[in-house]
Design a protein around this ligand. Structure first.
Ligand code: IPD
Ligand code: CA
Ligand code: CA
Length: 284
């Protein structure tokens, strides 16, 4: 199938921006005014009227402008033909837990995927009014100004971010060992609570690297394009090409990629051998 033209990418970037701003306006309206916060199934996996209404607003814009594209949206699932060449991955509120607690770190995240590869993304932080945009070969911007990843080249000088999926109480593969190990090796590991914003901040150079498991395409499709277009690298933990459906990714400024990958694999090997690995001190 043909690659999109530059003109198509520019057009879709503006459509995604219009959709993200529409969703963001809903979130601003609900900020601090949520009546009901429901759990979707797993403890802590929340949904609110803000998520649902934001999604409706985003989908209205995407479907009006791109009737031939399909959509995968967190709250309402799949829309359009499965055979469509392009798939929008939509998270109408990425960081619902933050939003529900009025912790101002959340976004509307809209990515466009072609043949399994994210090619365009918009992440909108309505609280700080930051619009992050990127498309393949066109660079990444924040509020229409070019952004670049950081130049930090050692883990010891880095600030990283990660997260813990909603199934963390049900699996031993819950990222706790990795979190402890990297906390020892770096200047710190943040837990942002919004995967798309974590990726946007890596693209912006405010954070040096990010890893997480248990993610969905709508959490990461847009942010992956931001990091790559800002000069960073996004792969599987072992530096193999990313499988968007795997739910697991490593994103860095590029300079830290090998070291962070090695640290994650060291934890995996330690756990497989029945040891926990914390910053070089092995605790059995
Ligand atoms: C969540 C956030 C969080 C990540 C979770 C996601 P939601 O999305 O991105 O940072 O750790 O895995 O599910 O539920 O707030 O849209
Ligand atoms: Ca999400
Ligand atoms: Ca969400």
């Amino acid at each position: 199938m043909d690659s999109p033209t530059d003109q198509q990418l520019a057009n879709w970037l503006d459509i995604a921006t219009e959709a993200a701003l529409a969703g963001g306006a809903i979130l601003q309206r609900y900020w601090g005014k949520l009546d009901t916060i429901a759990e979707k199934g797993r403890p802590g996996d929340l949904v609110t009227a803000a998520d649902r209404e934001s999604e409706t607003a985003v989908l209205e814009v995407l479907q009006r402008h791109c009737p031939d594209h399909s959509i995968l949206a967190e709250e309402s699932g799949r829309h359009g033909l499965a055979t469509a060449a392009y798939l929008w991955a939509v998270d109408p509120l990425d960081g619902t837990t933050n939003f529900a607690h009025q912790y101002p770190f959340f976004s509307v995240s809209i990515g466009l995927v072609h043949q399994g590869v994210p090619i365009l993304g918009v992440v909108y932080d309505p609280h700080h009014r930051d619009v992050f945009r990127a498309a393949a070969g066109r660079g990444a911007t924040c509020n229409w100004q070019p952004i670049r990843v950081s130049t930090t080249d050692s883990l010891a000088q880095s600030l990283l971010v990660t997260g813990f999926a909603y199934d963390r109480r049900e699996t031993a593969d819950n990222n706790y060992n990795e979190f402890c190990h990297l906390t020892h090796l770096t200047q710190g590991v943040r837990r942002g609570g919004s995967a798309s914003m974590d990726l946007a901040y890596v693209a912006w150079g405010r954070l040096d690297g990010y890893w997480e498991r248990g993610l969905s395409p709508w959490d990461i499709a847009a942010g992956i394009v931001l990091v790559r277009e800002a000069g960073g690298q996004v792969t599987a933990y072992d530096q193999q090409p990313l499988d968007l459906g795997s739910g697991r990714l490593l994103a860095t400024n590029g300079r830290l990629h090998g070291a962070l990958s090695a640290a994650l694999l060291e934890v995996k090997a330690g756990v497989a051998a029945g040891r926990q690995v914390f910053g070089g001190d092995r605790v059995s």
